[in-house]
Design a binder for this molecule. Structure first.
Ligand code: SF4
Ligand code: SF4
Length: 379
């Protein structure tokens, strides 16, 4: 059954059917943490399905290993089924709940909102900034704030970021509450360190050695590598923003900063590295086999990557052309993209990171509790 057009109940029934076949088979045990988590399980509640779907990292290994995949009459397609359940888990736990509907049409919804915010920012800047600041070549201290005053720039960025953090934080809390493991508090505490290690190192993207099935049956570590590269670049740009805030508030120097300054160097290196990671992940999405995937989840992935890429590219364009008359409009476009990016984050693929972290924490906690039980039994 294709998961693209299945209704909620059909999807739940399909996920239960496929997982019951896997539980009886267990041929793929060892490929990823999903299989130890379903071992000996015969019933799958909605909370279990949500947990398992976020534990799956879509490596596609079980699709290529499966003897019950189509054309077998069992038609098992575990990666696509879990991808559809995973996307539904994002929508079901979003806060405010009305946002969940946005997951029905992520690309058009996200594109429309970001375009509107970019246009609104450009219109505001065109109407409020003096033409000399907007169209003149000026890279002297404070030039950016003559295009858009600091209080408006920081206020809009802060409010949209706060919105994103609050919505994603509350959604993650709702998700955790519905699928928190039934384990002693000690097991949960002991699970924190291994879960954190799995999250930071993306250990499971290693597939226990060979990596993910990026192109057909060929495995590689490219997905893991490009994830790390993108996150490293993001960390560089975040540090650039922090250092710029220190320059502004502690040293009393307003942007734009010299090329050899910390904010510019961190932003430049971080931006280029992040673009390399984004390009690599888009390249993997482009070459991937579409059968073991959920079309809407792929669209979510690509939309998020393109949007993050546009934010990064527009920031680098401001840096490259800041001494020219194009700086004003480029800065306004970049800021509009940043505000729009923050506003749509709660219903973008960004929720994947905290939901997966929560699933990995439950997996580590259940492992710690099982270890403690077997130690008790032996002793
Ligand atoms: S994906 Fe296929 S081969 Fe792997 S455990 Fe499930 S049914 Fe068995
Ligand atoms: S696609 Fe990969 S991570 Fe997902 S269930 Fe299959 S083997 Fe596990």
């Amino acid at each position: 059954m294709s998961t693209a057009d299945t209704s909620t109940d059909e999807l739940t029934a399909e996920a239960e059917r496929v997982l019951r076949i896997c539980t009886a088979c267990m041929y793929c045990d060892g490929l990823c943490p999903v299989f130890p988590a379903i071992d000996d399980k015969h019933e799958f509640r909605l909370s279990d399905l949500n947990y398992l779907s976020n534990l799956c990292h879509n490596c596609r290994g079980c699709w290529y290993a499966c003897q019950y995949a189509p054309p077998h009459p069992f038609a098992v397609n575990l990666p696509a089924t879990l991808a559809a359940v995973r996307r539904r888990s994002y929508a079901d736990h979003l806060w405010p709940p009305v946002l969940g509907r946005a997951f029905g049409s992520p690309v058009t919804g996200i594109a429309a909102i970001v375009s509107l915010i970019v246009l609104a920012t450009l219109a505001f800047v065109l109407l409020s900034s003096p033409p000399a600041a907007l169209f003149g070549a000026d890279d002297s201290e404070g030039a950016f704030y003559r295009v858009l005053p600091w209080s408006i720039m920081a206020g809009a960025a802060g409010a949209s970021l706060l919105w994103a953090v609050a919505c994603i934080g509350l959604a993650t809390l709702r998700f955790w509450r519905t699928m928190a493991p039934d384990v002693p508090r000690g097991a949960l505490l002991r699970a924190l360190a291994p879960a954190l290690r799995d999250i930071v190192t993306l250990r499971h993207l290693g597939g226990g050695g060979p990596g993910c099935n990026d192109v057909g049956e060929r495995t590689s570590h490219h997905r893991r590598l490009f994830h790390h590269v993108m996150v490293a670049g993001f960390a560089g740009t975040a540090l650039s923003t922090v250092s710029a805030a220190i320059y502004h508030h502690a040293l009393g120097v307003a942007a734009p900063y010299p090329l050899a300054s910390l904010p510019v160097l961190l932003g430049l290196v971080g931006g280029v590295v992040m673009l390399a990671g984004i390009a690599g992940l888009l390249w993997i999405e482009h070459r991937a086999d579409t059968e073991p995937s959920d079309r809407t989840e792929v669209a979510l992935n690509v939309t998020f990557l393109i949007l993050l890429g546009l934010v990064t590219l527009s920031g680098l364009a401001v840096l490259a052309f800041r001494e020219t008359p194009a700086m004003g409009l480029l800065l306004a476009g970049h800021l509009g993209l940043v505000f729009g990016f923050f506003v749509v984050l709660p219903f973008s693929k960004a929720v994947h990171a905290p939901f997966r972290a929560a699933a990995l924490l439950r997996a580590a906690a259940e492992k710690a509790a099982a270890g403690a039980r077997s130690k008790r039994d032996r002793g």
